[in-house]
Design a protein. Sequence first.
Length: 279
Amino acid sequence: MYRSFFEMERMPFVRDVPMQELYESPAMSEALGRLAYAADRQLFAVITAEAGCGKSTLLRRFSGSLSKDEYLFLYLSDSKLTPRWFYKSMLDQLGIESKFYRGDAKRQLQKEVEIIRGVQKKKVVCILDEAHLLEKKTIEEFRFLLNYRFDSMSPMALILAGQTELWDKLRLQRYAAVRQQGHGQRIVQRIDINCVLSHFDRAETEKYILSHLVYAGGRQDIFTDRALDDIYKESTGIPRRINRICEKSLMYASQQGKRLIDEHLVRYIIEHEMLGGDV
């Protein structure tokens, strides 16, 4: 195992790195700030990112930053979510047994949210993850959540998170009900905040790798500058790809007894170890 070879205290490129130890790019910082604003003002936000660009990390950080005394957090992630199960899942998280019919469940949810806001004095934040996989009829249910008001304010902060094709889905005319205000009123855009997590640039890629090496507790000069160049070019700055290239490079270097990873070793990994969709 390369951990002992490089005298590391922890594995550097794993999924369970504590949130406080993770590298926070400028784009991540900006997105966290925008989501905090959406939560406070109870707005409708959309988060999009390519696979592996840190959407899940962003949501973990955001949910962890919310004060439990001020916010009630709801999280849904189910590509097969139907409108009825949409309401049931939300009510389940509130500890309420959902009524069978969708219309009854809607009214239940509205009543519970009003109690949470009016009696408990908490703001509700609902995240629907992997939203790009949802069916049209489920996305259209957001009309209910977006259209009713509590004391002239939105009933909750609603955050749709998904891969980049989510925006393509929302732009389609058949999803206009989500993007427009209904009931015959003038057309307005309903999406208040749009967050896009982009790829790291070369400098951010290096900072990301170094932050993981710092967390591991070992040397920080394991990768040469040219090795970092090649990691950036091959990964295109996508964190998940960076992790895989670095992990395999460390493993191979330890097997070869090499304590410095140069561009030749990285290129070997790219050409021989990164198979198909592995990058």
